[in-house]
Design a binder for this molecule. Structure first.
Ligand SMILES: Cc1cc2nc3c(=O)[nH]c(=O)nc-3n(C[C@H](O)[C@H](O)[C@H](O)COP(=O)(O)O)c2cc1C
Length: 175
């Protein structure tokens, strides 16, 4: 099973998750930032693990360009976001990423965890939005950012590695 990990990460959260996933895959599995050129033999991989950071409820722009090009036999998605990873928003953010895959390609599985939000972005949102808005400074948004501020943590990274092992087992089981 030839595997590769591709990821996009603005502030490092998704990169950490990508590295945890790659560490659970066969030795030598490439783990590439999408700012680097894609490998010419991308189509030769049996399974691509594609990771993005959630940008306005969907995959970030760099991942949006690559998702429609993944014609590999298997694609597994992973993502990080500031919101609760068990929320409808998190589920929707994974579904929107999956919808960008080529027609007929369904992710074999997906994984999402929380990732701390850039403090500069938080300050910019507090300036831009009034306190009564979802993104303004209020007790709910402060609690949300505080909850995210320690992620991805060791437990998230272990869960990401377990996700990668489970995908591999599932695919190898299928022969
Ligand atoms: C421009 C921008 C838009 C974002 N939009 C969302 C969003 O819609 N929902 C969310 O939960 N988090 C959102 N976030 C938070 C990031 O998805 C989160 O912090 C992620 O872990 C960043 O990953 P990275 O460190 O790999 O760049 C946004 C962050 C930025 C900078």
């Amino acid at each position: 099973m030839k595997t590769i990990v591709l990821y996009s990460s603005r502030t490092g959260n998704t990169r950490k998750v990508a590295e945890a996933i790659a560490s659970a895959l066969p030795a030598g599995t490439p783990c590439l930032d999408l700012t680097q050129p894609l490998p010419e033999d991308l189509d030769a991989y049996d399974c691509v693990f594609l990771g993005y950071w959630v940008d306005k409820g969907t995959a970030d722009a760099a991942s949006q360009k690559v998702l429609p090009r993944l014609h590999n036999p298997h694609v597994a998605l992973f993502a990080t976001l500031g919101a609760d990873p068990h929320s409808d928003h998190a589920r929707g953010s994974l579904e929107k990423g999956a919808a960008l895959l080529p027609e007929g390609v369904e992710p074999v599985d997906s994984f999402i965890c929380q990732g701390k939000v850039d403090p500069k972005l938080i300050e910019a949102m507090y300036k831009r939005f009034p306190p009564e808005s979802l993104h303004g400074r209020n007790p709910q948004s402060e609690a949300r950012h505080k909850a995210a501020s320690t992620h991805p943590d060791a437990q998230d990274l272990e869960a990401a590695a377990a996700f990668a092992r489970a995908v591999l087992r599932q695919l190898e089981g299928k022969g």
